[in-house]
Write a protein that binds this ligand. Structure first.
Ligand code: TF8
Length: 337
């Protein structure tokens, strides 16, 4: 009898070992994971979500089914963050800039002219500074998994070419719902209008705002060239995206499931950054072809913008951000060496 039982166990083990997908041996339940995002399916954001969907299916033997919801169809960044906190939605990707109502410290990434290039940004976001900030989301009910690249932000508008800061005077410029952006662009002389991304296209189409600022990849994928004539390459802020999970949901998963999600997220990060950077190299030519008039800003002009933005930087520091900014600058200096 005893012999028979161990024979059955041995046979069972052998069968498990022969199972086609290693995931069978792991503690993974069939799950549907709703993953919301604001850009279109054909954008760099959409391509990376698709990559994550495929990666999760592969790594879980098809059990962890991620469904992407594009075009803010589950809500704006802020609405989705709240749905994640409440447990009504599992995952999302969006701007860190829209998280400042939940963890104020993220505002440090909204300060202009911090990073010289993408490699510096990668090192800071993936390093201790970026990880420490992401960990602060935990007690607010969110899990910060990885940072993706949104990119260096540039200005567009429908009124006139912006070749010097004075050209921004009186332009109604949509910004993200974030105090640093509002102060920065008011400081440049524009009229900053905070709006969610999902309302932006219509606002430009109807003339509620004259302009906006976003990376060239987004100006392309969201077809802003249809309603904006002028593009100024200003690269005023390096903008990250962050992939978030609902903590309430994540904590209920098995260790195997959490491991798969973490690893698929890291793979998606590497895919997304490369894909976005490749895509952005084509964007300028594409936008020119669509009729946009494009100009760069001279170094002298960028220097003046740095000067003009000092009051906004000082305000950020005075309102409790001084330590953050000092730490971030130290981290960037370390990376530069
Ligand atoms: C913005 C951001 C957006 C992102 C996206 C919706 O301007 O750059 O493109 O938050 O995830 O609002």
């Amino acid at each position: 009898m005893k012999f028979l039982r161990s024979l059955l166990v041995a046979t069972g083990l052998a069968a498990a070992a022969l199972a086609p997908v290693a995931a069978n041996a792991q503690d993974i339940k069939p799950r549907l994971i709703r993953f919301g995002y604001g850009l279109s399916e054909s954008s760099n954001q959409g391509r990376a979500v698709k990559f994550f969907v495929d990666e999760m299916a592969k790594r879980s033997g098809g059990k962890l089914k991620v469904k992407g919801f594009a075009d803010a169809s589950l809500g704006s960044d802020i609405q989705m963050q709240n749905a994640l906190i409440g447990g009504a939605q599992e995952m999302m990707v969006g701007s860190t800039a829209t998280l400042v109502g939940i963890v104020k410290d993220f505002a440090v990434f909204d300060l202009p002219f911090l990073f010289n290039n993408e490699q510096e940004a990668d090192a800071v976001f993936d390093g201790p500074f970026g990880q420490k900030l992401a960990a602060k989301l935990d007690e607010k009910g969110l899990v910060g998994l990885v940072y993706w690249e949104n990119g260096f932000r540039n200005l567009t508008n429908s009124k006139r070419p912006v070749t010097k800061v004075e050209d921004l005077k009186g332009i109604k410029l949509r910004v993200m719902q974030n105090p640093v952006y509002i102060d920065m662009f008011n400081g440049f002389g524009a009229n900053a209008v905070p709006l969610s991304f999902s309302e932006l296209f219509t606002a430009m189409e109807t003339g509620t705002v004259d302009g906006q600022e976003n990376p060239v990849t987004t100006i392309q994928s969201s077809k802003f060239y249809e309603v904006q004539k002028y593009l100024t390459i200003s690269k005023h802020v390096y903008s990250p995206w962050i992939v978030l999970a609902s903590k309430r949901w994540f904590d209920g998963l098995s260790a195997d499931e959490r491991k798969i999600i973490n690893e698929a997220a890291v793979a998606s990060r590497d895919f997304e950054r490369k894909d976005s950077r490749d895509a952005s190299k084509q964007s300028i030519a594409y936008l020119k072809d669509k009729g946009m008039q494009i100009n760069e800003l001279s170094d002298a002009e960028l220097g003046r913008m740095r000067e003009m933005v000092k009051p906004a930087m000082d305000k950020f520091a005075a309102e409790g951000g001084a330590e953050q900014l000092k730490d971030l600058q130290a981290e960037i200096a370390k990376v530069r060496k």
